[in-house]
Ligand binder design. Structure first.
Ligand code: ZN
Length: 399
């Protein structure tokens, strides 16, 4: 009775991790009387069914690829910067910002700034790029700004001859998103929502046929719901601080509506505010934006877990296009070849089959060009990884 009620609870609570199933099931198997052979056989059968249907046995069928433009590894791994948070040049109300984001240890600070990263991904997924521990990830491209960074992430290699500026040049190279959208199994099931208006060129919307809602583009269609129509109206009426980047709230909520309506198997969600607030020299807005985006990604994750189309079959890959300079002489505001350290990036992954390594502490050097292949590998498409792409990162081995 105890065992069967536990099983019932297990079957009801499918958010339990495999290790929890294993330990509870083993415990109760030990409790079973050895003479109860039939019951034991039945129980083993049920256990088999549970293991077959549990989350890590499921292949990843869907991928949400997410970027936060120019979010530094320093804030991701150590939270608010001690020097920047007190600079009145960069922060309007230093006391209010300290109250919100300042804590004594880097571990407390980062969990305060980015709770989803440090309470969920750090438990169940993997986070790469903490240079303080010798785990390094860098751009391979020589530019350390946006278009070359996004091209490297999405294509899996660099192309300095063509992609050497942020100009609106159609990407001549094929992104992994386009490979997926061209395939029979993912055809017309890839979509993207991006704050920066250069993304239709990076993704090469006309050639790839991937719908790219970017910049100040409204969402279109005859079946817009009330929320989408209202977001379209607000997007016209709320001025963006920038001419080429919209506020991320529009990108996020447009994407949320689209995902719930159309259930794309692959979503690319490109947030942009962190970079622009940093360029503006507003450390307070930069931190608030990072904090808000973390909450949005959590919202998306919760939505995925509550939708049977996605639940236990969907992975999140989260990264950035470039880093930024250091505190000294305001270099944190900028990035590019002349700003030392702005090629330092990071990567976070979460989903079924991805071992919960948490913050990866191993000394290693990873590259931005490895992300495209890693995404294909997560989807079980290792054979699609082209020879000139960076090698996929092994997410399955617990070191
Ligand atoms: Zn950028």
């Amino acid at each position: 009775m105890v065992f069967s009620s536990t099983l019932n609870n297990l079957l009801k609570n499918d958010s339990l991790r495999e290790s929890q199933y294993r330990s509870i099931v083993c415990y109760h198997l030990i409790q079973i009387d050895c003479n109860m052979k039939d019951k034991l056989l039945f129980c083993l059968l049920v256990v088999g069914i549970i293991f077959q249907s549990n989350i890590s046995a499921q292949p990843v069928e869907n991928l949400f690829f997410i970027t936060l433009d120019g979010l530094r590894w320093q804030e991701l791994f150590s939270g608010a910067d001690a020097m920047l948070i007190t600079e009145t040049e960069y922060v309007k109300d230093t006391q209010a910002l300290k109250d919100q984001f300042w804590r004594i240890t880097p571990e407390e600070r980062r969990a305060t700034l980015l709770p989803f990263f440090w309470n969920t991904i750090a438990q169940e997924g993997q986070i790469y790029g903490n240079r303080n521990l010798g785990n390094k990830m860098n751009c391979s491209n020589i530019f350390w700004f946006s278009y070359p960074g996004y091209a490297e992430l999405l294509v899996g290699e660099t192309n300095a001859k063509v992609i050497h500026s942020n100009e609106k040049v159609l990407n001549p190279d094929t992104t992994f998103l386009e490979y997926l959208n061209r395939s029979s199994s993912f055809k017309d099931q890839v979509a993207s929502f991006c704050s920066w208006d250069v993304f239709p060129f990076i993704i090469n919307e006309p050639r790839s046929n991937i719908p790219v809602n970017a910049g100040f583009e409204p969402v279109a269609g005859h079946d817009l719901n009330e929320r989408e129509s209202f977001l379209n109206l607000l997007q016209e009426e709320i001025p963006s601080p920038w001419s080429t980047v919209r506020l991320d709230a529009f990108t996020h909520h447009f994407a949320m509506e689209y995902v719930q309506k159309h259930h794309p198997r692959v979503l690319y969600l490109a947030y942009g505010e962190t970079d622009d607030f940093a360029h503006d020299g507003r450390y307070d807005h930069y931190l608030s934006s990072a904090h808000r985006t973390d909450a949005w990604i959590y919202e998306l994750w919760q939505m995925v877990q509550s939708d049977s189309f996605y639940r236990h079959k969907t992975a999140f890959v989260i990264t950035t296009d470039h880093g930024r300079g250091r505190y000294e002489e305001g270099a944190w505001k900028s990035h590019g070849k002349t700003y030392e350290g702005s090629d330092a990036i990071w990567l976070a992954v979460l989903g079924p089959g991805i071992v919960g390594k948490g913050e990866v502490t191993e000394k290693q050097q990873l590259w931005q060009r490895q992300v495209a292949g890693t995404c294909l590998q997560i989807l079980g498409l290792e054979t699609w990884i082209k020879e000139d792409m960076g090698k996929a990162i092994d997410l399955t081995v617990k070191r």
